[in-house]
Write a protein of this length. Structure first.
Lengths: 290, 254
């Protein structure tokens, strides 16, 4: 069946049980979505590359190799009983992570002592200068793109109407119901699939209004030039090394968001979901009427 | 039919993903793309100059000073000339001020110590990600430049250094540069004293630059001369610093 055959008649939802396509995502939303996706992929890959130059995190204003007191996370490599191994230390806890963190195979197959493995970094080899060049380019792209999206979503009400939870949706019974539906992998059908439910709204609103500002501001908080111009950023985050730690935590939450987001796309019907973010059209299969 | 189409979509996505990952490193070496990506440096510089051209870097209390300030880069210049200076406690060390100046200067360490100085407790941020806090004392760079008198076409101040960094064919003289905004910034000093004591060899004895609003590699150690220039083309490979010549940003405020 050709796609044009499925386009809804002018009467839209009233067309009964015939499947139809409706215009789900505006052009601005679709374009900014994909630019954002591209930027975030490069920001994470280059960010992990930058992290590998000093794979330790601290709380407070300062922190370097000798500051074991304020260090709360470290990825490293050590030798035990003559055999090198990789580890992740969080506080007093040490987990052996050979093959993934601390020690893993380089692109040429050679084992090496390195924080994140080569497949998770851009470039795949150690090149802090190139990683930084790309990181800051995509950071600017992320900010510019995010501002375009926000201007659009605020001006036409997209954020308020489609993303922000309504007060009545925040009732525990409604949240519990949506959690239960997700746990059973039961996703909205029919006309109900045409709007976001509370967990989706919380995830998207949290990402757009929580994680994105956090990751951008903690990134700026690490810049010595911005520290001079906007010293209040350091006061908010509790010092440059705290900002660096929070930047890393935000990266992990963003990665978690992406994993869940992709999983949900696959579970909810990847063809329809991905098409709706490319062409804007989302197929609705109306529930049979009683 | 729908299923196969969905399958195709999934396959296409996975193939595109795989292609992206395997092709990634070639993106890093694509000259055209590199030029586009490096344009972000100019955006960062212009933005930071716009929001805080004269802003001061945060200063800390002496209680915040790091117990052990990490030594990085050159730990001790190995050249015979430097070793000879070190043997006599830098008594004969000279700082040459040359280039686009009306009065070229040659200042001894004693001259520099006699000049009015600024003391500041600041945070040093390495490009690798770590930070340490130290107290630095020395004359403002602007004071020395005003004494030398800049010609109207002066644009940058290049720091010549006594150390050679790197090994093998990539080894070359360390150097750095700043524009006149940072050169005349009140916190840009030539530090001869660290944490109240004469600067030690690991941290750049007898004098190092402090460029407090930029990353550690801008803070040249073992400074032997200031060359005032109109263009960065005449030093190193022309990018304005040892690390800049190796792909790092010249504007290191980020």
């Amino acid at each position: 069946m050709a796609v044009s055959d499925m386009i809804a008649p002018a009467s839209g939802p009233a067309a009964g049980a015939t499947p139809y396509l409706f215009h789900r995502h505006a052009l601005v939303v679709r374009i900014t979505h994909w630019i954002n996706a591209l930027a975030i992929v490069f920001l994470i890959l280059t960010g992990l590359s930058i992290f590998n130059a000093h794979p330790s995190l601290y709380w407070g204003k300062q922190g370097s190799d000798i500051d074991a007191g304020t260090r709360w996370l470290q990825i490293g490599s050590a030798t035990a009983v003559g055999a090198p191994y990789g580890y992740l230390r969080i506080g007093a806890l040490e987990i052996e992570t050979t093959g993934l963190l601390g020690r893993s195979a380089a692109a040429n197959g050679q084992q090496q002592a390195i924080g994140y493995p080569s497949w998770a970094t851009f470039p795949s080899y150690r090149d802090l200068g190139t990683a930084r060049n790309f990181h800051f380019f995509f950071a600017w792209l992320l900010i510019a793109n995010g501002l375009v999206y926000l201007a659009y979503a605020l001006a036409n009400g997209h954020l308020r109407t489609n993303i922000m939870p309504r007060l009545r949706e925040l009732r525990w019974s409604n949240i519990a119901h949506d959690v239960a539906q997700h746990a059973r992998l039961k996703f909205p059908r029919g006309e109900d699939a045409g709007r976001y439910h509370i967990l989706q709204k919380l995830a998207y609103a949290g990402f757009i209004l929580g994680l994105m500002p956090l990751v951008i501001l903690t990134g700026l908080g690490m810049s010595p030039g911005i520290n001079a111009a906007w010293p209040w950023l350091l006061d908010i985050f509790g010092g440059r090394q705290s900002a660096r730690s929070l930047h890393w935590i935000a990266m992990n939450l963003i990665t978690l968001f992406i994993i869940v987001h992709l999983l949900m796309v696959v579970l909810a019907g990847p063809f329809n979901e991905i098409r709706s973010m490319i062409t804007g059209k989302f197929r609705i299969d109306p529930e049979p009427r009683p | 039919m729908t299923l196969s189409r969905r399958g195709l979509f999934g396959f296409g996505g996975a193939a595109a993903g795989g292609l992206l990952l395997s092709g990634c490193d070639s993106l890093a070496s694509n000259a055209k793309l590199k030029a586009i990506v490096q344009s972000a440096e100019g955006a960062s510089e212009r933005w930071q100059r716009l929001i805080g051209r004269d802003a001061l870097a945060p200063e800390f209390s002496t209680a915040d000073i790091s117990a052990d300030f990490k030594v990085n880069g050159t730990r001790e210049p190995s050249g015979a000339a430097y070793q000879a200076h070190k043997a006599v406690n830098f008594a004969d060390w000279r700082l040459a001020v040359t280039g686009l100046v009306n009065n070229p200067l040659s200042l001894s360490l004693a001259d520099l110590r006699r000049l009015p100085s600024r003391t500041q407790v600041t945070r040093h941020d390495c490009v690798e990600g770590w930070s340490a806090i130290g107290q630095w004392t020395g004359p403002q760079l602007g004071l020395i430049l005003r004494a030398a008198g800049l010609k109207t076409n002066a644009r940058y101040v290049v720091f010549r250094c006594a150390d050679t960094y790197g090994s093998g064919p990539s080894a070359s003289d360390y150097y750095e540069s700043v524009d006149l905004i940072d050169a005349f910034h009140p916190q840009t000093i030539l530090a001869h004293t660290m944490n109240g004591a004469p600067l030690d060899v690991g941290h750049g004895a007898p004098i190092r630059a402090r460029v407090e609003r930029q990353l550690g590699y801008k803070h040249a150690k073992y400074v032997t001369g200031l060359d005032v220039v109109a263009s960065l083309a005449g030093h190193g490979r022309g990018k304005g610093g040892y690390w800049e010549d190796r792909g790092y940003e010249w504007y290191a405020g980020i």
